[in-house]
Design a protein. Structure first.
Length: 558
C-alpha cells in the first residue's frame, strides 16, 4: 500500500467532505453504488430503454448514474446528462414564476385571472390565481378534454390548442374553490399569465431568470416540437419481444414540456434547498398549502405536493407522458432528494423511488403494515366462505360517480366485477374480509347495528349497496342517434347493433356502451360516463359526458 503523507491525507478528507457534505452520516460510496445497481438491474441493459438516477444528501449529489439506452436505433446509452421530458414535474417551475411575480408585486393571489387574460370565459364563479395554483379552479383538464374532441395521443397537443379549448369552455366542472381536482389546464394559464405580465415568452423568462443563472444549460421548455433537442432520450413502450417508439409532440408549457437532465435538476434541488433555508419568501411560499371554501386543506401548491411517506414528511411530484416516467422526491427533514427520469413506459417511478429511499431512510420509516393496511393480507390463509355469508354479501355497491362493483356467487365463490371491467375471483381471508388479487387490495364488509351488510370498504372508499339500474331493452332505440358538442366542435354517433349500444367517433373509432348500474339512463364506455337527458315527452335530447377530470360536457341530439 502506498503511504499517504499527513498533509495529503488531510487534503483527501477535506475534498471528500466538500464533495459529500456531512460525510459521516452517509453510506460509503461503494455501498451506495452496489445498492443502486441492484435496484435498477433490470434496466441496466444494452437492448432496452432505462433511466437516469440522481440522489442528493446534505446538499451534495452523492450518486448519479444512467442505466439502459437513450436511443435503441443508434445504441446511445443513458447518462446523467441525457435529456428527458419530465412531464408534470415541470409544474414547480411555473409555480416559481408565479411566486416571483407575487413577490415583485406584479400580481396578487386573489386576482381574477381575467384581469390578465380577459379573453377567458366569464364563468358563474370567479377563478383566481390562487385557484389555479392549488388545482381548485374547476377548469377541465386538457388531456382528456382534447382527446374527447378527437385528438389522438400520438399527435400534436399544442399550447394554442389548449388555450382555444379553455376559451370555448361553457361551464366549470365545479364552482371554483369547492374541491380539489388536478388540472394541467390551470398551469398552462399560469404560463400565459407570466407571459402577459412579464412581456416575455414563458421559455425566455425561465431561461433568463432560472436556467442560465443556475447553469441548467440542458433545460428548456418546449414551445416548438419541431426543434432539435441534443442528447435526447427517445420515448419507448414495451411490447412482447420488442420496444416501440412512442412519440409525444407536446407543447403544453407551464403544465408540462420541460426537457432537462439529472445533472440540471440536481442544481435546481440544491438551489431550492438553499433558498428555503435562507427563508426566501419566493421559495417558502411554494411550500404553503391551499384551502377549499369549506376550510379543508389542499396539500398541493405551486407545482409541489406535500405529504407523508411512511411517517416522514415528503415534498414531491411525479408524472408521465408518452413513454417518459419521472419523479423528483424530497425528504426535507432528512435532507435527501431523489431524481428518477426514465424513457421506458413500464418504469414504476413510485416503486423505484421508494426503493431508493429505503437505502438511506429505512430505519426511520414506520413499518409497511402501518403505511399499507392491505400489507400481508394476500399471504394470509384463504378460508371457505360460508354460503349464507356469500349470499348476504352479493349485490351492487357504489364506489363513486358512475363507478360500481357487482359481487356475485359462482360455484360457491364470490366474484367481483366493476362496471366496464372484467370479472375477477376473490379469496376469503376472514368472515368479513375478501382479497382481490387482480386489484392488489381487499374489501371489508361492514355490518350495521342490526347485522345487515349494506356497505363495504375498499381502500379509502366506503361504498353503499345500491339497487342497480338496468335499461329496458325495448327503450334502447331511444338512445341511438347523432350527438354534437358545441364546446368541443365534435360529434359522436350511437347505434343499436344486435341489442347493444355502440358509440362511434370519426377519429377515435368505436366503443361499446354498458349500462351504468349507478344511475337511470346512464351508460359507460371508453370516453367515460354518459348520462342521457330526456324531455317531458320522454324523448332523449342529449347526454352529459363525464370521466376523470372532466365533468358534464353537454352533447345535444341532432
Amino acid at each position: 500500500m502506498k503511504n499517504v503523507s499527513a498533509p495529503g491525507f488531510l487534503r483527501l478528507v477535506l475534498s471528500f467532505l466538500l464533495l459529500t457534505g456531512n460525510a459521516w452520516a452517509q453510506l460509503p460510496a461503494d455501498s451506495v453504488r452496489t445498492k443502486m445497481d441492484a435496484i435498477f438491474a433490470a434496466y441496466n441493459r444494452p437492448n432496452g430503454p432505462g433511466c437516469a438516477v440522481g440522489v442528493l444528501q446534505n446538499g451534495a449529489l452523492i450518486f448519479g448514474k444512467g442505466y439502459g439506452m437513450a436511443n435503441l436505433e443508434y445504441d446511445i446509452p443513458i447518462t446523467t446528462a441525457t435529456v428527458f421530458d419530465i412531464a408534470s414535474v415541470s409544474k414547480q417551475f411555473a409555480g416559481l414564476a408565479v411566486s416571483t411575480l407575487i413577490q415583485e408585486g406584479k400580481v396578487n393571489l386573489d386576482d381574477d385571472i381575467r384581469k390578465y387574460l380577459p379573453d377567458l370565459p366569464i364563468f358563474a364563479k370567479t377563478i383566481t390565481i390562487r385557484h389555479l395554483v392549488h388545482h381548485t379552479s374547476g377548469l377541465r383538464d386538457w388531456p382528456q378534454t382534447l382527446h374527447l374532441a378527437g385528438w389522438r395521443w400520438d399527435e400534436v397537443f399544442s399550447f394554442d390548442d389548449i388555450m382555444r379549448m379553455v376559451r370555448n369552455q361553457k361551464d366549470l366542472d365545479f364552482d371554483s374553490g369547492e374541491r380539489y381536482s388536478y388540472s394541467n389546464t390551470g398551469y398552462n394559464l399560469l404560463a400565459a399569465l407570466v407571459e402577459k405580465v412579464s412581456g416575455q415568452p414563458f421559455h425566455q423568462w425561465m431561461d433568463a431568470r432560472i436556467f442560465k443563472p443556475l447553469h441548467m444549460n440542458s433545460s428548456r421548455f418546449q414551445n416548438d416540437y419541431t426543434k432539435l433537442i441534443k442528447n435526447l432520450a427517445y420515448s419507448y413502450e414495451p411490447r412482447p419481444g420488442e420496444f416501440v417508439k412512442t412519440p409525444g409532440a407536446l407543447t403544453a408549457y407551464g403544465s408540462s414540456s420541460l426537457f432537462t437532465t439529472v445533472d440540471d435538476l440536481a442544481r435546481w434541488v440544491q438551489h431550492f434547498d438553499r433558498e428555503v433555508a435562507a427563508n426566501n419568501p419566493v421559495y417558502t411560499r411554494m411550500l404553503t398549502l391551499g384551502q377549499l371554501n369549506n376550510g379543508e386543506t389542499v396539500a398541493y401548491g405551486y407545482g409541489l405536493a406535500t405529504g407523508n411517506d411512511r411517517g416522514l414528511k415528503v415534498v414531491n411530484h411525479s408524472d408521465s407522458w408518452a413513454g417518459y416516467r419521472t419523479i423528483l422526491t424530497n425528504y426535507p427533514d432528512e435532507k435527501l432528494s431523489i431524481i428518477l427520469l426514465s424513457n421506458s413506459g413500464d418504469f414504476n417511478v413510485g416503486g423505484f423511488a421508494a426503493a431508493v429511499a429505503d437505502v438511506f431512510l429505512k430505519p426511520k420509516f414506520k413499518s409497511a403494515a402501518v403505511a399499507n393496511p392491505n400489507a400481508g393480507l394476500k399471504d394470509r390463509p384463504t378460508i371457505p366462505l360460508k354460503p349464507a355469508l356469500a349470499k348476504k354479501y352479493a349485490g351492487v355497491y357504489q364506489l363513486g360517480t358512475g363507478w360500481a362493483v357487482t359481487l356475485t356467487v359462482e360455484n360457491g365463490r364470490l366474484m367481483t366485477q366493476a362496471n366496464g371491467e372484467a370479472k375477477f375471483p376473490t379469496e376469503a381471508k376472514s368472515d368479513s374480509v375478501i382479497w382481490i388479487d387482480a386489484y392488489g387490495a381487499a374489501m371489508t364488509f361492514v355490518p350495521d347495528p342490526n347485522g345487515e351488510v349494506n356497505r363495504l370498504k375498499y381502500k379509502a372508499i366506503l361504498a353503499k349497496r345500491i339497487t342497480p339500474w338496468a335499461p329496458d331493452p325495448t327503450e334502447l332505440p331511444l338512445f341511438a342517434g347523432t350527438y354534437y358538442c358545441p364546446e368541443l366542435a365534435t360529434e359522436y354517433k350511437i347505434e343499436l347493433v344486435n341489442g347493444k349500444l355502440k358509440m362511434q367517433h370519426m377519429r377515435l373509432g368505436e366503443t361499446e356502451l354498458d349500462a351504468d348500474p349507478t344511475g337511470v339512463d346512464q351508460f359507460t364506455g371508453r370516453p367515460g360516463s354518459l348520462r342521457f337527458v330526456k324531455n317531458e315527452q320522454k324523448k332523449v335530447t342529449g347526454f352529459r359526458l363525464s370521466g376523470g377530470r372532466v365533468k358534464n360536457i353537454w352533447f345535444e341530439k341532432r
